[in-house]
Every structure is written in C-alpha cells, then in structure tokens.
Design a protein around this ligand. Sequence first.
Ligand code: ZN
Length: 191
Amino acid sequence: MALTPRLRKRIYRANQAVPMARLMMRLGYRVTGADAEQQFACDLHGKDSKPSARLYPRTNSTYCWACHKSRRPVDLIQEHEHLSLEASVSLLEEMFDLPSIPLVEEYVEIEIQEGPTLDDEIYRAERLLLTLTQERTLTQERTLWAWERFDRVLTLAEREELTPEAAQAVLGSLRERLLDDVRGTQAGHSP
Ligand SMILES: [Zn+2]
C-alpha cells in the first residue's frame, strides 16, 4: 500500500510522541512507566510464560525474541488491536491527544494568500523545515543550520530586536534558500 505523505508524517510523529511504556501500560502489559529497559511477556506470538520481549525506552521500541520482531508504538497497537495502519495511527492520536497534522491543502491556501503576516511566514518556514527534517532531504548539517537560523529569527523577533517585517523577510529568504538546496539536491549536486 502506498502511503500518502501526510500518513507517513502521522506515523512518524506517533512513533516519536507516544511513549512506548505508557502505551504498553494502557494496553495491559506488565511494564513500569520508569525510563528503564525491562523484560516483558509478549502476547503477540501466543502464550509467553517466560517473558521473551524487551522494552527499550531509549529507542521507544520493543524487541521480541520469539516473534523475531522489533516494534514501535504504531506496530504494537496495530498488531495488538488488529487494526489497519491508518486506524492504528488515529487511535494513538486520540489516546495521547496528539494535535492534527495540517493537510497539504491548508499549506497551499496560505501560500496563495495575499499579504502574508509574520505568523504565516513562520508557519510556512516551519512546515518546510519539518518536511525536510522528516524526509531527510538535506544533509544533517544543513538541516541543523536552518533550524538554528529559524530559532534565532524567532528569538530576535520576540525580543523586538527585529521588526515583524524584517523577521518575515529573513524567513522568506531562508525558505527560498532551502528550496534552492532542494532543487540542487534533486538535480544531483548536493550543497
Ligand atoms: Zn512475541
């Protein structure tokens, strides 16, 4: 099944944002919420009287030696509840109160609006940065550079060391530079 970019973002976000230990406790697994590795009985391969699986809080995942399988929150709830991928993500979003990820259409709408405000520009730059980060379009170094620059502009605008117009212009040119990088990457010359 081909995933839409939005569903891919939702899966990625749920796997990051839902703490595995808390999810497992809510599903009835005998684990503690403590941030420590622990062995547990896996119910996904049949009876498991000698706990075969281990929870790894550091990577927010589990591994079961009987299933030979590593699982992240979306995998776990999908197998545990016998749901489709999309229904699994929706359930996690509901259980853990995750805000809805904007539709691409909303992004396009803001794009064509006339006279965007600083808030619009922040939103556009942030959406672009999130997409580039999640899809690893640019080098890690370049991505970090862009986030630092983005944060810096926001801080300066907040402290009123930059006018809203100036902050907007800087974010606009940051976005242009990143889009140029993306075009460069697609043309085969990495920045
Ligand atoms: Zn198992």
